[in-house]
Design a protein around this ligand. Structure first.
Ligand SMILES: [Fe+2]
Length: 205
């Protein structure tokens, strides 16, 4: 009998069970250096210049930060809603929040596709956004809606400008995302919100 056969019969040729467990042990408490700084871009072969991709990433990160704040405002007001229109506004604001959440993902992934770094942490978002912070408590319903309308308008003005300038530099994908998703969804949501601030009777006397 060969030595190898003897070891196999004795079970000596197999790795000990303990070693196998150690092999599948996840790394934990891993803290390594950043591998890409915020505000920088990597090179991807998508036929767009460094300058065009850098410009688009900067503009998209501003829209992304403001849109994350808008999403937060929608959820806050969805939760804190009051009054006789509670049910319809509670549902409407949650629907709009869901649509904004989808746009947030599109914006972030566009930035990544251009080689940039998307703003993600809420504390970083708070540093970048231009949308005023609401009170921590509860406002009256018209103030909640006005606050949402003003946040929408800031984003719409910025997104249209960013879309035009991105297209000027050949970044049609960013232009399409900003116009088709951010601007068109935002305009439609403003319409639905603004109609709740019209003081009109249900019928004639
Ligand atoms: Fe809810």
């Amino acid at each position: 009998m060969s030595v190898a056969t003897k070891k196999a019969q004795d079970g000596q040729g197999q790795a000990p069970a303990k070693a196998k467990e150690e092999h599948s042990q996840p790394w934990i408490h891993v803290k390594k250096a950043e591998i890409q700084k915020f505000g920088t871009i990597r090179q991807f072969p998508i036929g767009l210049s460094y300058d065009a991709r850098m410009y688009s990433c900067q503009r998209l990160n501003q829209v992304l930060a403001d849109t994350q704040i808008l999403y937060g405002l929608y959820k806050k007001h969805h939760w804190l809603m009051r009054g006789h229109t509670f049910y319809q506004l509670h549902l409407l604001l949650d629907k709009h929040a869901g649509e904004q959440l989808a746009i947030i993902d599109e914006l972030a992934e566009r930035i990544q596709a251009l080689g940039g770094v998307a703003v993600g942490d809420p504390r970083h978002v708070a540093e970048l956004t231009r949308i005023p912070r609401p009170p921590d408590g509860c406002e009256e319903v018209p103030s909640m809606i006005s606050r949402l309308l003003e946040a929408h308008e800031m984003i719409l003005i910025d997104a249209r400008d960013a879309a035009r300038k991105a297209a000027d530099q050949g970044d049609d994908g960013t232009n399409d995302l900003l116009v088709s998703d951010v601007v068109r969804t935002g305009e439609a949501q403003v319409w639905f919100l603004a109609e709740h601030l019209v003081d009109t009777p249900l019928g004639r006397d």
